[in-house]
Design a protein around this ligand. Structure first.
Ligand SMILES: Cc1cc2nc3c(=O)[nH]c(=O)nc-3n(C[C@H](O)[C@H](O)[C@H](O)COP(=O)(O)OP(=O)(O)OC[C@H]3O[C@@H](n4cnc5c(N)ncnc54)[C@H](O)[C@@H]3O)c2cc1C
Length: 434
């Protein structure tokens, strides 16, 4: 603790120790179902603070869990210092080279808002409030992954603090192993203070959510399968079975198209032959507005999720999915993958060849509901054609990095961990093991 006390005068950011006012709220992750015990919280003001913290933690024999927000928190944080990176918020866009250079705390929505006026886009997922770094270091499934692959594959350089507390600028050329590991293997190998990313042209974007009552789910699913069977890589469709408290079960189609409205409407024509929707939010939009499509919660709350990669969405799969109401789940989301996800990827995940991802989500309001949610998730996963592996960013607290990677990739990640962090200072939400 002396080392941590001495940190107070050594860094410019805020340090909270147990007993300090605000300690409990500072250590709390976004997912309130996860309890997160930590020795201290450090809100770094800059990269120098991060370097100082690494040197102190090493001397004190403590680990560091780096979390911008803790959307993926698992609670494996005993004996660690929780590093918050939100103040590392620099953001620079070079429209000529189509590159962004951002601090490690920048949220996805902020990058999108800065890229949009240049007719460019990053690779955002469904939520604008998750950090670009957290998503990219876990591989990252974006709305535009069918066109541009894993988010991680679009990272071109990283500024890091290594396990000796030294700042370094790394690329595939300077540090091939470490760069490979960080682009999808999580934050077990270094602390990232800034990233450089490729941006992509997005002069036109069309998208939005259509919503029907659940009685139309079979027809909506038919149209979804028909469109996704031949979709171009610019078109991405997700299907959601939804059951929110106090409302009737519903089914939604969420769509984005990297192109203009006429082309999109043409590709989405099977949806126009369906019964009239309750609402149709499709419109020309900017890439800064993507978060409005699924309108996911932006305040912390308890959540319980399970993701699977589906090897097929055939008649039997659909029959199983639609056989019973999804309750006690709130949502069962199917994401269309394919396209550039299947291309060669020099990253720990490698190519993502499963055609669809499934994300099952519930809110564990009490232990009985939590148990019922877990049972429902397990029953569906057991009954559906799943490949068994999962994207790192979609793991839940009960799963491990071994659920995301092939044995060969995991062994390479562990060798890189032993070499670059022999004292196990860096502790990601899903430790890679040793
Ligand atoms: C509402 C919601 C929607 C989501 N949608 C998507 C989606 O569409 N696609 C997708 O792929 N994922 C999605 N996710 C999952 C999300 O990518 C993960 O939760 C991820 O962990 C990012 O969250 P975060 O920014 O809070 O990172 P945290 O959970 O705080 O951190 C995640 C991990 O990233 C690493 N890390 C973060 N910053 C650093 C750093 N500076 N240095 C070293 N390591 C670091 C650490 O290993 C840490 O354990 C979603 C999550 C939520 C809650």
């Amino acid at each position: 603790m002396n080392e941590l006390n001495s940190l107070r005068s050594a860094v410019r950011g805020r340090i909270l120790l147990p007993g300090d006012p605000g300690f409990d709220s500072a250590r709390r992750p976004w997912n309130l179902a996860v309890e997160q015990p930590v020795a201290a919280v450090v809100e770094a003001a800059d990269a120098d603070d991060v370097a100082t913290l690494v040197r102190h933690a090493r001397t004190a024999g403590l680990g560091i869990a780096t979390q911008p927000n803790g959307h993926g928190a698992t609670g494996h944080t005993d004996g660690t210092v929780l590093l918050r990176t939100r103040r590392l918020d620099s953001l620079h866009i070079d429209p000529t080279t189509r590159r962004a250079r951002i601090g490690a705390g920048v949220a996805s929505g902020r990058l999108q808002a800065a890229a949009a006026p240049h007719g460019l886009t990053g690779l955002p997922g469904s939520s604008p409030i998750v950090s670009v770094t957290g998503v990219a270091l876990g591989g990252g499934l974006s709305w535009f992954g069918r066109k541009h692959g894993w988010v991680a594959d679009n990272v071109t350089a990283l500024d890091i603090i290594d396990a000796d507390g030294h700042p370094r600028h790394i690329t595939a050329g300077t540090d091939p192993d470490l760069f490979w590991a960080l682009r999808g293997g999580g934050g077990d190998f270094a602390i990232v203070t800034a990233l450089e990313l490729a941006l992509h042209p997005a002069p036109h974007l069309y998208g939005g959510r259509m919503l029907w009552t659940a009685e139309h789910a079979p027809d909506v699913m038919d149209a979804y399968r028909q469109i996704t069977a031949t979709a171009t890589d610019e078109l991405t469709l997700w299907l959601d079975l939804l059951h929110f408290p106090g409302s009737d079960p519903m089914v939604a189609i969420d769509a984005t198209y990297l192109g203009d409205e006429d082309e999109a409407r043409d590709l989405l024509r099977p949806l126009d032959r369906l019964p009239a929707p309750l609402s149709d939010g499709r419109a020309t939009m900017t890439v800064a507005e993507l978060g409005t499509i699924t309108a996911e919660p932006t305040d912390p709350g308890p959540g319980s999720s399970r993701a699977e990669l589906l090897t097929a969405l055939d008649d039997t799969t659909v029959k199983t999915l639609l056989a019973d109401p999804i309750a006690p789940l709130l949502s069962a989301q199917i994401r269309h993958l394919g396209g550039a996800f299947t291309h060669p990827s020099d990253s720990p995940h490698g190519p993502l060849t499963e055609p669809y991802a499934l994300y099952l989500f519930g809110v564990p309001t009490d232990p009985a509901v939590a148990a019922a949610i877990a049972t429902k998730q397990r029953e569906l996963a057991d009954a559906l054609p799943v490949s068994g592996r999962k994207p790192l960013t979609f793991l839940n607290p009960g799963e491990t990095a071994a659920d995301a990677f092939t044995p060969a990739a995991l062994e390479r990640l562990r060798a890189i961990k032993r070499h670059h962090d022999p004292h196990d200072i860096f502790r990601s939400n899903f430790p890679i093991g040793r």
